[in-house]
Design a protein around this ligand. Structure first.
Ligand code: AGP
Length: 363
């Protein structure tokens, strides 16, 4: 097992560091930056021309990637929603043959997600799975499969597969919108070069991160909160899930604007607040972070250097400048590292947290 970890103490840290490679593999041959159009030759031309609405179904970290993809698709002008696969049987919106249901599952074997996929198929939806495993049940059963090519992920905590899923869902969303509207969206010209630059951006981030120092400074707190707005919201949820999963400490993710509607009652000097800035209404998120700071909570801003939040926050984690559609994914890498180092300081079994399995094949 140690041999598989290479120079790293844990598979999780190795897999965090594999993200530049994973994203290069995911994007290989799938984007055409020169002509500002998506290739995504995985699908025939016009595959999604009749799609009226999209439902994403997934669980856990894959659900957070699905939420990310769903928000990005809405921004591209397509009606979409992300649903927890384990709630789908009781909460599915109406489906017809112009509905696309996208099952997002790293393993392709999650029972809840397969159930939702089968329900959608029985109701006549077109289905696509976004998965890491060729030959998985989801890949065999969905009408189409889009492989994220992240390579095997051993750590129970999903890291590189989240980034690869979110990037592939962003690309898929652009492709759906292009098929539906008959032309690529206008922002593709700026998005594609930044997408292509993601592997380098993550490399730079990993080379300079202060995540270990932040973990040292704040571990041992009572609770940890993560806030974000727009595409920062799924990242806040993912940051909190990762933190609780491997540190066993209490962590919650909120939409920034929700803090004042209840969770603020929990905020004390012993509850660090990680605030994610993606470039979407950052002033509002900063105000929400300041509300927590006023109650004594230390605020750790996750944002580009030179951002106004750096001056306000008690500490910050830097992310390279990129498109607002992608900034949350860089913030997420910083948060993965904070969780990892906090769990390591607490001496947790990082790759195999108690009570959890890599793939949940029961309902
Ligand atoms: C995340 O760190 C977990 N391992 C878990 O939430 C996981 O994402 C979920 O069980 C879904 O798995 P899947 O992507 O294989 O369907």
């Amino acid at each position: 097992e140690q041999a598989g970890k290479g120079e790293y103490d844990h598979f999780m840290l190795k897999e965090i560091h594999e993200q530049p490679t994973a994203l290069s593999q995911a994007l290989e041959g799938r984007i055409d930056t020169q002509n500002a159009r998506i290739a995504l030759a995985d699908f025939e031309p016009g595959t999604f021309a009749d799609v009226d609405s999209v439902q994403f179904v997934a669980c856990g970290t894959s659900y957070h990637a699905a939420l990310y993809g769903s928000l990005a698709l809405k921004q591209a002008g397509i009606e979409s929603t992300a649903l927890l696969a384990n709630e789908y049987s009781v909460s599915a919106p109406p489906v017809d043959d112009d509905t696309l249901v996208v099952a997002v599952t790293q393993s392709g074997e999650t029972a809840d997600t397969l159930n939702a996929l089968r329900q959608a198929e029985a109701e006549g939806a077109m289905t696509v799975t976004v998965t890491n495993v060729v030959g998985s049940t989801a890949a065999r059963e969905a009408d189409e499969a889009l492989f994220i090519r992240a390579g095997p992920e051993i750590g129970v905590a999903a890291t590189k597969t989240f980034s690869s899923q979110a990037v592939m869902l962003t690309l898929l969303g652009q492709r759906i919108a292009a098929d539906r509207h008959g032309e690529p969206s206008a922002d593709l010209e700026t998005l594609l070069p930044d997408l292509a630059a993601m592997p380098d951006a993550i490399d730079d981030l990993l080379a300079e991160t202060d995540a270990e120092a932040i973990a040292e400074r704040y571990h041992g707190s009572r609770s940890y909160f993560f806030i974000g707005r727009g595409l920062g919201f799924p990242v806040a949820l993912e940051g909190a899930l990762k933190f609780k999963e491997i540190t066993y400490e209490h962590a919650e993710g909120f939409a920034s604007g929700e803090l004042k509607h209840g969770p603020l009652a929990l905020v004390t000097p012993d509850t660090p607040v990680f605030a994610i800035f993606t470039g979407q209404e950052d002033e509002k998120t900063l105000k929400n972070a300041e509300e927590a700071q006023t109650r004594g909570a230390p605020v750790i801003a996750v944002c580009p250097e030179g951002h106004r939040a750096v001056d306000v926050a008690d500490a910050h984690l830097e992310i390279p400048e990129t498109d607002a559609d992608l900034a949350g994914l860089l913030a997420n890498v910083q948060l993965q590292l904070v969780s990892y180092y906090a769990a390591d300081l607490l001496d947790r079994p990082i790759d195999k947290p108690r009570n959890l399995a890599k793939s949940v094949t029961v309902e």
